[in-house]
Design a protein around this ligand. Sequence first.
Ligand code: GLC
Length: 459
Amino acid sequence: MFRAFLACICLLGLAAAAAGSPAQPETEAAKKARMEWWTEARLGMFIHWGLYTLPARHEWVKSRERMTDEAYARYFDRFDPDLYNPREWARAARMAGMKYFVVTTKHHDGFCLWDSKLTDYQATRTPYGKDLIKPLIEAMRAEGLRVGFYHSLLDWHHPEYTIDMHHPMRDDEAFVEKARTRDLAKYDDYLFGQIKELLTDYGRIDTLFLDFSFPGPNGKGRNEWKSERLLAMIRELQPGIIINDRLDLLDIPGGWDYRTPEQFMPREWVSVDGRPVPWETCQTFSGSWGYDRDESTWKSVPQLIVMLAETVSKGGNLLLNVGPTARGTFDERALGRLQGIGTWMDRNGRAIYGCTQAPPEFPKPANCLLTYNPKTGRLYVHVLEWPLGVLALDGFAGRVEYAQLLHDASEVTFAEKGGETGFMPGSRGRERENTLTLRLPVRKPDVEVPVIELFLKRR
Ligand code: GLC
């Protein structure tokens, strides 16, 4: 009995120590170790899928168009993704170079993609009739990807979810009046219960993206979600899990693991109180998260590659979103982009995985981005505008041992003042003191964004 008690205390202690708790905050080093796979991975796939793929005009359609439950029911009644083949999705993600994925288990409309015991508003009750999450996890794991869930804190379907500024029925006075008796505590039990299901029934879950808080009048934040208790439960169920920052616990030690700038590129490494922190930007191909038939602002493959390189050059991760169709497929526009990224990653992944911002002594050359692998001591110059024959790297002189184009490992010769790799007889020694001048082919290599790999001298 006493031993069982001790074991229990020990386990609780471990759970707390694994991720930190107010009583026993996690050390910086422990957090770094817990997040290591994620920091190395750098590129993940976000998947927004649910009933809103039928209207195909943004995942907020129910709120934007003030739809009643009855009106929205037409999508539930017709949800039948007959072409759904998670192995194809997983393959596309792996081929694009993605190392983890985050799928919407429930979005704000309240529809659940897994076989939840706590509601009928879920996939197995639709015409499709099957759990969508389990086979996806299996397929993704088989392709070597880590598993993440996006779960909406908001719920526009639950009968006890109180009406707030985003609720589809917010402008219907009679509805709002009637809904005054709603008891959010009951919704919270449901929220806790569902997250518990998700973190219990599907093995190891690597990341959790909870979305979102909007504290203040007519909003919801840490008090409404019971965020601290929710977080403690999550960490206890999955001690190694990595959690985003949308529980409204930014000021609580251990209240979040990484920041989530959404749909924009931060100007520099994201920091909190002046210190750089882990961050991941989530981005869409086209502006909508859910499948949006008529959205036309799709980013090009080179834009997406630059987005990835720029994110890593500032020490962040990129979570790139796909919104599958209501048939269960990735549409051609998404597939084309994933393939384009994959082709680039095949040859240039070394400049992304395990990489981060370059040390400050290497200034960023014009029209380039720099990434750096601290383990191998290699620096990567992503060349955004192919220059004419030479690329001058100010401040790099004396620091580089060897240089090559990354995609084909062909040597790039270079010159430094007093160095031995001058371009032409007689040109030797003309270089500026601190400058290392790379000699490049005139023709841009046949790669969307060519990368030059610099083997730095060990100091
Ligand atoms: C926002 C939106 C949501 C989307 C999410 C992705 O919070 O509400 O539709 O799922 O961002 O980060």
